[in-house]
Design a protein around this ligand. Structure first.
Ligand code: BGC
Length: 408
């Protein structure tokens, strides 16, 4: 070989270079073969059994692994409440074998929410669930996504005047109404509800645009006013003064400062209502700071989280409205996934009772307090308040890890 190469006029040096190159190429080829992962066989994504919607299985046809579907869930603020939603999102993503992204701004921020949504629309993700802090501002973005073929649903707080396909979350007016019934009952037990009395009630919230906040406040006020009319001991003979709603924009520092100034400015305040998860703990901290003993001012809050449980255990909060936000994340991703598999309409029909006339899936709430309590409100509703232990058991039965709710 050496001789024949030389015979064809190739220099000895050139021949050596060619041989070295051949050897290096051979070694590289062997190395690539050894380290290459085994060819992927197509997998079938079969979600484990779960509450509806049951996800549809698919079998990718190509042998090359298909790019994972990507779903995005946009929340409202950094808080343990939203960490529970995130856990539901991640769980659904794992079960379905899809990419499930969760995003929230630090505090209420309409612009950041919507610019993030816009980025994901441009990326062409497979579906979006959003809790719009401002439903009117969100409507054009929702329309843009739908036009691009990206299904959009709302969770936690609705935008019914937009093109969102469905709302998956708490029935907020009803939940606020329940909070009001509990407040009336506790105020009366404490002796604040008497004929001719003036009763001051402070309201603290994280948004004055988000519908969940507005609906809860309306429900709360309606319940109080209806009870005052229907209560046979009062028959409307009472002066209810609502203070607020004060808006902390889902910022815990602002929430505490507002709560403290309301309490200090109204030493005769009888009850306070925490509309968002931030607000109950802010009221409790302010009551403590103002030197008011636990239970003197009735506190009804929202949510069961690691932040909301301590005020109940310490006796500052009497009742909290526990949302089932885990399912907003978990079922939200599953519903969007199904839409991409069986078509938007089919998936919605399977999941939302009464669709298309009804586009709301109510995830439900439970009232929770330090101890089990039952009463019939003056308006006729029978109200049950679960103890923290009972609620922990319920969470376990529903498949929500209790540690996520601050009940570990
Ligand atoms: C509300 C959310 C809010 C969260 C934290 C919850 O009660 O449903 O909309 O972001 O509290 O403030």
């Amino acid at each position: 070989m050496k001789r024949s190469l030389l015979a064809r006029g190739i220099s000895k040096t050139t021949a050596i270079i060619i041989i070295v190159v051949i050897i290096i190429a051979a070694i590289a080829a062997i190395a690539a073969y050894v380290s290459a992962p085994p060819a992927r066989t197509p997998t079938t994504t079969s979600p484990t059994s779960s509450p509806s919607p049951t996800a549809t299985s698919t079998t990718p046809t190509a042998t090359t692994p298909a790019k994972k579907l990507k779903f995005v869930v946009i929340g409202k603020s950094v808080h343990p409440y939203w960490s529970v939603v995130e856990a539901g999102v991640k769980k659904a993503g794992e079960e379905l074998g899809v990419e499930a992204v969760f995003w929230v701004p630090k505090t209420e921020n309409v612009q950041q929410q919507l610019s993030t949504m816009d980025t994901y629309i441009s990326e062409g993700v497979a579906g979006i669930a959003i809790a719009p802090s401002d439903p009117d501002a969100a409507a054009p973005y929702i329309a843009k996504a739908i036009e691009k073929g990206i299904p959009v649903i709302t969770i936690d707080t609705d935008a019914p005047n937009s093109e969102r396909l469905a709302y998956l979350g708490t029935g907020n007016y009803k939940a606020g109404y329940l909070a009001g019934l509990a407040m009336w009952h506790l105020l009366k037990e404490k002796g604040y509800v008497k004929p001719g009395a003036t009763v001051k009630l402070g309201i603290l919230t994280g948004s004055l645009t988000a519908r969940n906040s507005l609906e809860r406040i309306q429900g709360f006020k309606d319940a109080i006013m209806n009870c005052s009319e229907k209560d046979p001991d009062i028959k409307g003979n009472i002066n209810i003064q609502f203070l607020g709603p004060y808006n902390d924009k889902e910022d815990p520092v602002q929430a505490f400062n507002l709560a403290l100034s309301v309490i200090q400015g109204n030493p005769d305040i009888a009850g306070v209502f925490g509309v968002y998860a931030y607000d109950g703990p802010a009221w409790a901290k302010a009551l403590k700071q103002a030197g008011i003993p636990p239970g003197k001012v009735i506190l009804v809050e929202f949510d069961v989280t690691s932040d909301n449980v301590p005020p109940i255990k310490e006796g500052y909060a009497q009742v909290t409205v526990g949302q089932r936000q885990y399912f907003m994340g978990y079922l939200g991703v599953k519903l969007l996934y199904n839409m991409t598999k069986v078509g938007w309409e089919n998936a919605l029909k399977q999941f939302v009772p009464g669709y298309p006339d009804n586009k709301i899936y109510d995830t439900g709430v439970d009232l929770v307090g330090a101890e089990h309590m039952e009463f019939t409100a003056p308006t006729g509703e029978k109200v049950v308040i679960l103890s923290l232990d009972e609620y922990k058991k319920l969470a376990e039965e529903l498949g929500i890890p209790p540690e996520l709710l601050g009940l570990g």
